[in-house]
Structures are given as structure tokens and as C-alpha cells.
Design a protein around this ligand. Structure first.
Ligand SMILES: [Zn+2]
Length: 338
């Protein structure tokens, strides 16, 4: 695709903050060096392709299974920042992401993709904050710890009535979940509701005193997947001041294989803009956390900028989409922290 001069300039100006990246855990799972410098063609992400796509920062997934795994996943963040200081920095504050942009580096923001491994301990949450935890997904769809589990929904499509039933009948937050949201508000950790089932989603939005994010997922109206947000959920996110990160997994883009196209990914962005406004939509690729994403890697990011311009969105809107909105939430969360 031809990228116009306007799109190139705008893309170069944008802070591009990706709300979710699983590269380190994929290296970990494959027992390969936990390194993203050099070329890693068997992954979606490596340094040359991040550079080519203009990525400024990304949420780096550093915890999903158990505490031991989380600590191991944190190590490559420190290693990259120490060993490649011209390429990476640890981004704990919004200013760090801005600095990554001006210094032409990539900011790594530690994000966990589950809180169950904290074993209901706020002490562990606080220690992880000291290690740099700034974004926390509450759940990865694991069974409810009290045994009153709601069905595993992660990989499936459903109908709106199923979502309404889930909101009504499924369990919401656990006691630890509620306490964790409060403690995240107090510490200054962004509450991330990706993977959260419907009942808990609404409860967490109600409970959180700061804007939340939904770091990776799309619009249910365009792809009726359990991991996508219904219109009602999107509106609740807007009312909270939050942001959805539009995401690249094929099933999040469309139910029918033939509709899983790049154009359809842009449709999700446009749908969300139309429904909840351009202050509440961002980007969360899920690279290296999904199979055959659309687009396949960060080098296609300038094409997203081109497509959004082609559809008539303003430069201001596109800058908010790429990073402005996630940064606004990060700022609000920090300012509200005790
Ligand atoms: Zn995920």
C-alpha cells in the first residue's frame, strides 16, 4: 500500500503506544532467548519491525501463570533496558513514554495479564508495583477461586442474549478482585479489563475511581466474540473515561473467516469512534499472543494511519488513537494515586 506524505509525517509524529504485547512470554514458553533485538522472523515482533512500524512504547506482558513465571518475565525488561540503552527504556510514567519518543527509544511498560497468581495478596501487588507494574489485567479467564466457576468463554462466539445472561448470572469480582482494584487506584496502576467476564467488567468499572482500559479486544457488534465489548460495555467504558485497545486477533475481527481482513480491522476502529468518540479508542495489538494476526506485525502500523486518513479522520483523532488516549488514562491514574 502506498503511504502518502501526509500519513508518513503524521505517523512519524505520533506516539504509538501498543496496549498489549506477549513477545517475552512467547520466547519464555518456547524456551528461547528472551530477547527481541535482532531479527526474530518466527515471532510477530522484533526490534527492526518495531522500529519500522514506529512503535514508541508497549505494554509488556510479564505475568499470567504463577509468581515464579512473572519474576522470570520481568528479567528481560531490565536486561533490554540495561543492555540496549539506545533502544529501550523502562516506562513507568507518562513522561517516560514522551521521552522515549523524543529520544527515539521504545518504552517498556510492565503489564500483568492476570492477578490470580498473586494468591490474594495485596502485599505481592505492592511489591510488583515497586518492580514497575503499571497496568494490570484482573483475570485471564481462570476458574473462579471459590469454585463457583462461570463457563470458560475465552475462545468462542456467542449472541447478545448470552452476554446479557453473563452480565446477570455470572460471578463478578472476588473479594480479592475488589480489594485489588482499590489498591491499584491507590498505587497508580491502570486497571485493565481485557479478558474480564461481563459481570466483573461492570463491577470493576463501577468500583474503580480512575479511568480503566480494555487493552486488547474489539467491537462485539462487528464480531460477536466473548472477548469483544458490546455496545453497552463500550458506552460504560466511555462514561468511565476509559479506552479500548483495538486488537489484531483474527477471531476478534470477524466471525466469518472471509471477513477477517485489514479493512475490517479499520471498521472496528471506526465503529468505536462513532459509538463512543475519539477520546476512548486506542490500539492493543496482542502481537505474539495470537496466531496469524491482522495485520501480521508492527510494520503495517503506518498503513493503519493511511486508512484512517482515507476514511476522513482528523490528524488529532489519529494521534489520540495511537497513544494520546492511553497516555491520558495513565496520567489520570497517576494523578489520582494516593
Ligand atoms: Zn490476552
Amino acid at each position: 500500500m502506498e503511504i502518502s506524505e501526509q500519513a508518513q509525517e503524521l505517523h512519524a509524529k505520533a506516539i504509538i503506544y501498543d496496549g498489549h504485547n506477549d513477545s517475552f512470554i512467547l520466547h519464555w514458553a518456547r524456551n528461547e532467548p528472551m530477547e527481541i533485538v535482532g531479527e526474530w522472523p518466527q515471532y510477530h515482533v522484533d526490534l527492526p519491525r518495531l522500529r519500522a512500524g514506529g512503535t514508541t512504547a508497549f505494554n509488556c506482558m510479564v505475568g499470567c501463570g504463577d509468581l515464579h513465571q512473572a519474576i522470570e518475565l520481568w528479567d528481560p525488561i531490565f536486561q533490554h533496558v540495561q543492555n540496549y540503552p539506545d533502544d529501550f527504556l523502562l516506562a513507568l510514567e507518562p513522561e517516560d513514554i514522551e521521552r522515549a519518543k523524543t529520544e527515539d527509544k521504545i518504552g517498556l511498560v510492565p503489564q500483568v495479564e492476570c492477578c490470580a497468581f498473586m494468591n490474594r495478596s495485596l502485599k505481592i501487588l505492592r511489591v510488583l508495583y515497586e518492580l514497575g507494574l503499571r497496568v494490570a489485567i484482573l483475570t485471564h479467564g481462570e476458574p473462579d477461586p471459590d469454585g463457583l466457576r462461570s463457563p470458560d468463554i475465552s475462545g468462542r462466539f456467542c449472541r447478545l442474549a448470552d452476554r446479557e445472561r453473563a452480565r446477570r448470572d455470572y460471578l463478578g469480582l472476588t473479594e480479592f478482585g475488589k480489594a485489588a482494584v482499590k489498591e491499584m487506584n491507590r498505587l497508580g496502576i491502570v486497571v485493565d479489563l481485557a479478558h474480564t467476564k461481563d459481570a466483573a467488567y461492570y463491577e470493576a468499572i463501577e468500583l474503580s475511581e480512575t479511568p480503566v482500559v480494555f487493552s486488547h479486544g474489539n467491537c462485539f457488534a462487528l464480531s460477536p466474540h466473548w472477548r469483544n465489548l458490546t455496545d453497552d460495555q463500550l458506552q460504560a467504558l466511555r462514561d468511565n473515561g476509559g479506552v479500548i485497545g483495538i486488537s489484531c486477533p483474527r477471531s476478534f475481527i470477524a466471525e466469518d473467516e472471509k471477513d477477517r481482513t485489514f479493512e475490517r480491522l479499520i471498521d472496528h476502529i471506526e465503529y468505536a469512534f462513532d459509538l463512543i468518540g475519539d477520546d476512548h479508542v486506542g490500539y492493543g495489538s496482542d502481537f505474539d499472543g495470537t496466531t496469524d494476526p491482522i495485520p501480521p506485525d508492527p510494520t503495517y502500523q503506518p498503513q493503519i494511519t493511511q486508512k484512517l486518513l482515507d476514511r476522513g479522520f482528523s490528524e488529532e483523532t489519529i494521534l489520540k488513537f495511537w497513544g494520546g488516549n492511553f497516555l491520558r488514562v495513565m496520567r489520570a491514574v497517576r494523578e489520582a494515586a494516593g
